[in-house]
Design a protein around this ligand. Structure first.
Ligand code: NAP
Length: 331
């Protein structure tokens, strides 16, 4: 029988308001994209989720297609909800998404009303839930009228199957259009989920100012650049690392000497702050405008512990920020 740590809410500063909403999210959120599927160790996945919840991580992020096989991360998390977390549903913020290829034929991909609402029903069945807290459109679909896609998200909220809605991978123009439609529908967008890290700063120029102005929270995904912004690859490519065993999105050729030269310099700056590189990379993101929480992945409970420690030092001196900029600009 799992009893969550009594200390999990001991630090109120671990929670921040998401945009102009009533919902607070933990500084660190846990994503179940990798290491939680049917092909992975269920007991390891379960240990990661338990450790996260013990540390006050109340927000768990899924998508219809997370696995492999697609859907299995939701099934596995649903199993944990029925066992370890059965008494804690109201302490959790559970998100899922639809937008990428999920089932064969023309109705299992992109942004139609037909796809989104059917997918949400499927996700709820796999999770064993009546509602998710956040339902996202996973990526923009320029062939479907934005009114239809946003109408489907609004319908998810009105039907009670989602409490809030979010957008992911929308650029600033697509986001601005979607927010206008949502405003007309009377259903605000809670949160935007872009890829964003020290090594991939595309949201900074236009998206973050828009989110800040509109009161939409930002939850950067892959904030550790899939593991590159950690000490994971300093002694070569470990067999159990993402680059070492899962060639889908991070391959050995991405772990270049140029990346390592840069991340070693960042690591030295992190050590001078008394942080690990992962902690500094997350703390830096948490200081960007509109950013409410960062959405990490993990392959072991110890990584979640390390990341959760980022909150202990979120303040940067101007000298530290300048030194980071120098490394990021020049390598
Ligand atoms: N909306 C979208 O389109 C989209 C796309 C991608 C991801 N996401 C979401 O974002 C979540 C996170 O993505 P991500 O997994 O790429 O994030 P990430 O945090 O950038 O990378 C996670 C990986 O970094 C390594 N790591 C984490 N903490 C560490 C630590 N303290 N020390 C050393 N290594 C550490 C682990 O690598 P090893 O596995 O090598 O140990 C871990 O699997 C996903 O689960 C998903 O929920 C959303």
């Amino acid at each position: 029988m799992y009893l969550p740590a009594a200390s999990r809410y001991a630090n109120p500063a671990f929670f921040r308001r998401c945009g102009r909403s009533g919902l607070k999210l933990p500084l660190i959120s846990l994503g179940l994209w990798h290491n939680f599927g049917g092909a992975d160790s269920y007991e390891n996945a379960r240990a990661i989720v338990r450790r996260a919840f013990d540390l006050g991580i109340t927000h768990f992020d899924l998508a219809n297609n997370y696995g492999p096989p697609p859907g299995s991360a939701e099934e596995n998390f649903g199993r944990m909800l029925r066992t370890d977390l059965v008494h804690h549903r109201d302490e959790l913020v559970i998100s899922t998404k639809a937008g990428y290829d999920m089932w064969p034929g023309p109705y299992g991909d992109f942004g139609s009303r037909k796809y989104l609402l059917a997918s949400l029903d499927q996700s709820l069945r796999r999770l064993g839930l009546d509602y998710v807290d956040i339902f996202y459109h996973h990526r923009p679909d320029n062939e479907t009228p934005v009114e239809e896609t946003m109408g489907a998200l609004a319908q998810a909220v009105r039907s009670g199957k989602a409490l809030y809605i979010g957008l992911s991978n929308y650029d600033h123009e697509q986001t601005a259009r979607a927010l206008t439609v949502l405003r007309g529908l009377g259903v605000p967008c809670l949160i935007h989920q872009p890829r964003f890290s020290m090594l991939d700063r595309w949201p900074e120029a236009k998206l973050l100012p828009l989110l800040e102005k509109e009161g939409v929270g930002c939850i950067p995904f892959s904030p550790l650049a899939k593991g590159l912004l950690t000490n994971r690859y300093f002694q070569g490519i470990p067999a159990d690392s993402r680059a070492g065993h899962d060639p889908r999105f991070l391959r050995p050729e991405h772990v270049t000497d140029a990346v390592l030269a840069r991340t070693r310099k960042l690591d030295a700056l992190a050590q001078a702050r008394g942080q690990t590189l992962a902690q500094m990379a997350l703390a830096w993101l948490l200081g960007r405008p509109a950013v409410t929480t960062v959405l990490i992945g993990a392959s072991k409970p110890s990584q979640v512990e390390d990341c959760a420690g980022a909150g202990a030092n979120l303040t940067f001196t101007t000298g530290e920020l300048a030194a980071i900029e120098q490394v990021l600009a020049t390598g």
